[in-house]
Design a protein around this ligand. Structure first.
Ligand SMILES: NC(=O)c1ccc[n+]([C@@H]2O[C@H](COP(=O)([O-])OP(=O)(O)OC[C@H]3O[C@@H](n4cnc5c(N)ncnc54)[C@H](OP(=O)(O)O)[C@@H]3O)[C@@H](O)[C@H]2O)c1
Ligand SMILES: *[C@@H]1O[C@H](CO)[C@@H](O)[C@H](O)[C@H]1NC(C)=O
Ligand SMILES: *[C@@H]1O[C@H](CO)[C@@H](O)[C@H](O)[C@H]1NC(C)=O
Ligand SMILES: *[C@@H]1O[C@H](CO)[C@@H](O)[C@H](O)[C@H]1NC(C)=O
Length: 203
């Protein structure tokens, strides 16, 4: 039997320039349209007989209110060093390493989205199995309203030897499909943001 190799993408929203993503175990902001984009992109499949999977750390799972989890219409893979590998509920898989979680995927999985948190993102950004990065780049437009943050991505995106390349918007549109509308420079409160796609250079 051949190994199943769905596309693996990181999806994350981060505040520039430091790529902050969290504060005291929670999200530093609540962006209504961004939440909808996340849901649409991670749920949609091009093949209607398939389903996507989301991979998250145990702390991110714990931070989702019980009534909102598992994230619906997606296989939820939760990573903890103290888990056994097992299917614990409909669409919920526990795994003790990323490799073990991927080896448990059924052939009906189209894409795998890594949805956080910081520890998981920072471990997987250099993993060659992750080929796509869906980054929502956020800017604070109000200097007088500093956003409290304590958790950051350590992504080597902007270094000169970076293996990651930001793709034109047309490539992002191709990746997410034409049924999802891409807006530019969305404003919610003091925050402005864009959806971007980065890919890892081959080799
Ligand atoms: N801005 C965004 O888009 C975004 C998205 C998601 C999360 N966040 C933020 O990120 C923060 C949470 O991040 P976090 O780093 O504290 O937690 P996390 O990455 O969600 O979870 C960390 C836990 O995952 C497990 N784990 C990590 N690496 C593993 C591995 N290789 N194998 C097996 N298990 C592994 C461990 O669980 P055990 O301790 O049980 O072993 C570890 O304690 C929050 O502030 C959250 O709001 C932001
Ligand atoms: C988890 O599954 C992997 C492969 O599927 C296996 O190699 C590993 O021993 C398993 N670990 C546990 C604790 O069950
Ligand atoms: C990932 O690789 C880059 C460049 O090789 C390195 O600078 C960075 O520290 C690595 N990140 C992690 C989390 O290992
Ligand atoms: C979003 O993209 C537009 C057009 O490329 C750019 O002018 C703007 O500065 C970007 N905003 C953010 C928050 O990155």
């Amino acid at each position: 039997m051949s190994e199943i190799k769905p596309t693996i993408a990181i999806i994350v929203a981060a505040l520039k320039p430091d790529l902050a993503i969290g504060f005291q175990g929670k999200m530093p902001w609540r962006l209504r349209k961004e939440i909808r984009y996340f849901k649409d992109v991670t749920t949609k499949t091009s093949d209607p007989s398939k389903i996507n999977a989301v991979v998250m750390g145990r702390k991110t799972w714990d931070s989702i209110p019980a009534r909102f989890r598992p994230l619906p219409d997606r296989i939820n893979i939760v990573l903890s060093r103290s888990f056994q590998n097992e299917t614990v509920d409909t669409n919920v898989i526990h795994a003790n390493s990323i490799a073990n979680s991927l080896s448990q995927l059924q052939p009906n999985v189209e894409r795998v989205f890594v949805i956080g948190g910081a520890e998981i993102y920072n471990e997987l950004i250099n993993d060659s199995r992750v080929t796509h990065l869906l980054l929502t780049e956020i800017e604070n437009t109000n200097e007088d309203n500093q956003i409290a943050v304590d958790t950051f991505l350590k992504f080597p995106l902007y270094s000169t030897d970076s293996q990651w390349r930001k793709q034109p918007k047309s490539e992002l549109q191709k990746f997410i499909g034409s049924s999802i509308t891409l807006e530019d420079d969305i404003s919610e409160g003091d925050l402005k943001y864009n959806y971007t796609l980065w890919t890892r250079r081959a080799g």
